[in-house]
Write a protein that binds this ligand. Sequence first.
Ligand code: ADP
Length: 166
Amino acid sequence: MAEQTLVLIKPDGLKKSLTGNILTRLSEAKLEIMAAKVVCVTRELASEHYCHMQAKPFFEELINYLMGNLHDRRKVLALVYHGDNAISLVRGICGGTNPETADPTSIRGAYGRITTKGLFENIIHASSALEEAEREIKLWFKPEELVYRIYPVKTEEKVTKTLVWA
Ligand code: ADP
């Protein structure tokens, strides 16, 4: 079944200059990139992305991690991949959540680490289920940023100020 999945190259992946390497690894899945952008992650966006982790003792550290506060890189690279079995294919290439027990040939197993505070710095995020992928893609991307209309859209009148080239 054709699916979409959200991938985030987290700030440690950017700091370690792993972007090219990660994109090459992901290309093994023969999926299509249907959106990509660099995002400065606000506290609101990080908290919303990890809303299911709110009760965890490491939540605050996790939010700081995604915001880039632990790596002096206040950005992530966000991508949407599309294709058959995209979710499980990408998760397989990323490896398990814990980088110490992840398959050592996976991205997380090869490049992740556990900090002295116990946080899993695991380089990459990938959606783990269909509903999660839809929620996450809608959180990180606007409809017009995706090359295909994968979810229903509606039009809304908005009066906003936008930046244009001076
Ligand atoms: P995944 O990222 O594999 O989907 P989760 O959604 O459970 O896993 O966790 C979100 C993120 O929180 C992980 O990617 C990792 O950075 C961190 N994390 C998860 N579990 C732990 C843990 N037990 N100890 C420390 N950090 C964790």
